[in-house]
Design a protein around this ligand. Sequence first.
Ligand code: CUK
Ligand code: CUA
Length: 641
Amino acid sequence: MRKFLYSVYSFASVLMLMNFSGCKPKSAGDATGSDAAGKVYVAPGKYDEMYNFVSGGFSGQVSVYGIPSGRLLRVIPVFSVDPEKGWGYSEETKPMLNTSHGEIPWGDQHHLDLSQTNGEIDGRWLFANENNTPRVARIDLKTFRTAEIIEIPNSAGNHSSPFITENTEYVVAGTRFSVPLDNDNGDVPISSYKKNFKGTLSFISVAPKDGEMKLAFQLLLPGMNFDLSHSGKGPSGGWFFFSCYNSEQAHTLLEVNASKRDKDYILAVNWKKAEEYVKQGKGKKIKANYVHNKYSESTHNATSTNEKETIVLDVKDFPDLVYMIPCPKSPHGCDVDPTGEYIVGSGKLAALIPVFSFSKIQKAIANKTYDGAYGGIPVLKYEAALYGEVKKPGLGPLHTEFDGKGNAYTTFFISSEIVKWNIKDLKILDRQPTYYSPGHLTIAGGNTKKPYGKYLIAYNKITKDRFLPTGPELAQSAQLFDISGDKMKLLLDYPTIGEPHYAQMAPASLISKNSQKIFKLEENKNPYVTMGEKNSKVVREGNKVHVYMTAMRSHFSPDNIEGIQVGDEVYFHVTNLEQDWDVPHGFGVKGNINAELLVMPGETSTLKWVPKKAGIFPFYCTDFCSALHQEMQGYVRVSPK
Ligand code: CUK
Ligand code: CUA
């Protein structure tokens, strides 16, 4: 079996070599000429047509681009510290990075999903997953800030996440690694995988009014790896579909490989049913230990709460919740078309794309057209669930999005291309090379009921010769295509931050209509706010010193601080008194390991500093705020203890 895998991969590497070093980009795929240039040119002072939210991979953050220009508009700090914004450095934001393992300054961010109402993008929130220490974040698109992060218990490698249901009832998260449940004895032989390791699918409810998340319930499944998922919609609205691999339950890839089986599975999960069972009290409460972090825009302050339990439904006790559909060779992507009828599986090592039919799946369930069971879960017959197969589409299919005109677009990692095909007749309509090896792709609304078409962006894993050399490491690359015509047209390359995986795109008006410009000072409920310069003061409480400081063009108050001793815990509570839009002040002190603050108008932010030696320590504003910005400074005198 290993031999077979080896041959697949060596074939792949031959192809990769051809792509990476052999061929120069062909002119067909090149954005040359005024046509492409005109389509991506956004004149100075003009706005882009769309927002593009891109996952930051191992940077842990989310970046925001304007499309079609490909201009980077913002990096939103989520799971990793960001000194530019003081994220994870200010006392107010530190709790956001808390986990049951303590504060973690880093995350691995793969997937994004925009909130939806009736299956359409509604522009309220953006959800982001973290793989390494399983978490889901909600970003508020009013402020483009992370508002909430919830940890997921009984999970490891939260990859199949955060995909949302069509009315944002739930954020769904499937574990990548099966592991023993947190509260069971985890000190077991790794070889006891089959017995002790569990797969979990978590359903996190989202409050319709303010978006607050809550772990509603978890489904327990036999040990396996969940990979990706997408929500059903319309007729399949109450269902969720997950790809999974390692159905042979291997715990080492060295001895037994995880791609031995000819087929793995797509899981069809009836979440409406699961929700009913939970409402009827049928779930079991078990102990769990996870944290829930919230950031409030009125106190400008985060809190971290320890949660103690979770509700689980063991699917072997509920035979009508989950069904397995065989899917060829290590399925990765699992995408549902805008009508909700077609479910596209992408077997990374498969030479075809299977398209499943929701109505056939329902029929197969009704007629029990089963092909045995897997860990107590019914397995549907492949043919009974299958709508049809796209034959010879390319090599290494990964992810599919839709244009709302009956077409699907699939990335091919190995053959480095995007293939456009028709959902009804499964015929291939076009293929365009990408440079190189695309992972995900996005179309605005391309995973919803209402795709906006026009643009498609491929997120490539390998860049090689696309940008000026910058040493051994290059930025990863996104490629923008025009998909308004019959044939896709490459328009633009632009670099991304971290390794991009999934991304979301939305027409600008859907997002900017909610945008908040300023925090009103009079609404600032931070406990350490200083409402005017005359109220600024220094207050000592034992070895803690609170500096109630104000910032206003172009001075801090107080700006001469004495009476501090070595080893004191000094808290600079800086309130930005400005009420003009976009006049942040920064704050940094010489020798402070807590980086800096960036304080927006009307906001209060706190920087902690524990001076280690006596002397005079200057502080200053780090963000150019006026002609007298360079004068915006002060001194702290530190005396020996
Ligand atoms: S994964 Cu990266 S190419 Cu983490 Cu969504 Cu498929
Ligand atoms: Cu305030 Cu520069």
